[in-house]
Design a protein around this ligand. Structure first.
Ligand SMILES: *[C@@H]1O[C@H](CO)[C@@H](O)[C@H](O)[C@H]1NC(C)=O
Ligand SMILES: *[C@@H]1O[C@H](CO)[C@@H](O)[C@H](O)[C@H]1NC(C)=O
Length: 126
């Protein structure tokens, strides 16, 4: 009985968060990259992984990164609303990445603005 009460209040605690991952705006380039164009595909995956893992642990919840490949490079830019907890920022980054994958698959440039965070990448510095 006690365990049920604890579980219910924990669930309430986790769902009553202020986090809002509603998609506000989407931007994709018209042009797509060929997923077999391995350098750019890897470069994009690198910055997406990097933004997803680092943004929440970066001062100011604001992060700019660049894939470390010498020739074909993607740049990434991301932020979370400072009112979020670290876990909420991580969750918001995962949602933003998922939106990029579904709304802008293999696009050369993509950016998602959610209510509480944003994430984007481009072959040019953002
Ligand atoms: C992207 O595609 C749309 C629809 O085909 C077109 O109207 C628009 O002009 C294109 N934009 C660019 C920058 O090429
Ligand atoms: C961050 O979230 C708070 C609370 O929802 C909101 O009032 C504020 O406008 C947000 N800040 C930005 C930059 O979106």
């Amino acid at each position: 009985m006690g365990a049920v009460v604890v579980a219910v209040s924990l669930a309430t605690c986790f769902t009553s968060t202020a986090l809002d991952t509603t998609l506000q705006a989407t931007a994709c380039s018209n042009n797509t990259y060929d997923p077999s164009m391995i350098e750019y595909a890897q470069s994009v995956e690198y910055v997406l992984d990097d933004m997803e893992t680092v943004t929440a642990n970066h001062p100011g919840y604001h992060y700019q990164t660049r894939a470390p490949y010498p020739t074909v490079v993607a740049y990434g830019h991301s932020w979370c609303n400072l009112t979020l907890t670290v876990m909420e920022c991580v969750t918001c980054m995962s949602s933003a990445r998922a939106f990029i994958k579904t709304r802008c698959p293999n696009k050369v440039v993509a950016a998602m603005i959610l209510k509480d965070c944003a994430m984007g990448y481009s072959p040019f510095s953002l």
